[in-house]
Design a protein around this ligand. Structure first.
Ligand SMILES: *Cc1c(COP(=O)(O)O)cnc(C)c1O
Length: 361
């Protein structure tokens, strides 16, 4: 057959493309500063010690990395107080999430998650061949756990819970998660995506590590991309009991996590104090931005517990994003819904606030 080409899986048809945050630069006039507030990155560059470790590892780039990530897993085991056999690393926590789907779901299965939530979920779910079941957020932008529990049926293989939720910033409380888990069958994997854990200050927020110890059907996802500032190195991990942790080792891309990433992550864990000071500064900025938005009269902005804030602008979303770009900050619009704005350096946050004041009620 002419032009037929290789036969590709039907499941790939119509997969939405992942939209990376636009880079800074471009639309501002000459001399206008431009800041990227579109990907929830950490604005601080790697600590000198972390950089040194990465540079040293780069000097041995002719060698394969440690496939087992043994030293990193040992370091994490000590830091988190969990057995090494319960930790599995991957190419960012999105990579690990994809492995969890490979291990649990395929055609005919269902994957439940809140919507709107992390935009990688629909993509990796569709690649797996399973069907997405999206449960709308409540009016206050939080997960509707009752509706999510009701959406779980005999076809459900995996549930994503994103806390704090990207892009709205709401956290799940420990109590409500326990109640949810009590209602979900034991053979359904519940994934707690805690990419922004270090930015949480709400005392009642869930800590997945406490939950997973009693629950063999819970996997906790964490990453070095956000608070630890290593988004470019692609390293994240899951904490789960066996056999989930074993399934993650089975589905890992061999040598997926580079030695640069492993060594930089180890030094980052040992430099935790210094890194968490930076996180503290970002949290202070987040609170300042949220207070300023409240003072401007924005209704219904969630008290985000992550390193971003969410404005539900509806029809004004595109205009707002364009005004931000014009003023020198690139934000992340979700067409017709709202914008997510990462917390960054103070001057960048101030530019965003100035634009917000023009759009306030
Ligand atoms: C940023 C983010 C991640 C982390 O992605 P990496 O692959 O580790 O860089 C995971 N989950 C959510 C909800 C995120 O926003």
């Amino acid at each position: 057959m002419e032009g037929a080409g290789p036969r590709l899986r039907e499941a790939l048809k119509g997969i939405p493309a992942y939209k990376p945050g636009r880079p800074a630069g471009g639309s501002g006039g000459a001399g206008t500063p431009s800041f990227k507030l579109s990907s929830n990155e950490n604005p601080y560059p790697p600590l000198p010690g972390v950089l040194d470790a990465a540079v040293a590892a780069a000097g041995e780039a002719n060698r394969y990395p440690d496939m087992a990530c043994a030293a990193l897993i040992a370091e994490l085991s000590g830091t988190l107080g969990v057995p090494e056999s319960h930790i599995a690393t991957g190419t960012g926590s999105v990579g690990v999430a994809q492995q969890l789907l490979q291990a649990t779901a395929g055609p005919g299965d269902e994957v439940v998650y809140a919507w709107r939530s992390f935009e990688a979920y629909p993509i990796i779910t569709q690649i797996s061949g399973a069907r997405s079941v999206r449960v709308p957020l409540r009016p206050d932008e939080s997960h509707d756990l009752d509706a999510m529990a009701a959406a779980v049926n005999e076809r459900t293989r995996l549930v994503f819970l994103c806390t704090p939720n990207n892009p709205t910033g709401n956290v799940l409380r420990r109590e409500e998660i326990e109640g949810f888990l009590d209602r979900v069958p034991r053979d359904v994997l519940v994934v707690l995506d805690e990419a922004y854990l270090e930015f949480i200050r709400d005392k009642e927020a869930v800590d997945g590590i406490e939950i997973y110890r009693e629950r063999p059907n819970v996997a906790v996802l964490r990453t070095f991309s956000k608070a630890y500032g290593l988004a470019g190195l692609r390293v994240g991990y899951a904490v789960a009991q066996e056999p989930v942790a074993t399934a993650l080792r089975q589905t890992a891309v061999p040598f997926g996590v580079s030695q640069l990433a492993q060594d930089a992550a180890i030094v980052s864990l040992r430099s935790r104090e210094a890194l968490l000071e930076r996180v503290e500064a970002l949290v202070a900025e987040r609170e300042r931005v949220l207070d300023a938005l409240a003072a401007q009269g924005w209704p219904g902005v969630p008290r985000s517990q992550a390193n971003f804030v969410w404005l539900r602008l509806g029809e004004r979303t595109a205009a707002f994003a364009a005004a931000c770009a014009e003023a020198g900050v690139v934000v992340r619009p979700f067409e017709g819904e709202g914008v997510r704005v990462s917390i960054a350096e103070r001057p960048a946050n101030d530019i965003f606030l100035e634009v917000a004041s023009r759009f306030a009620a």
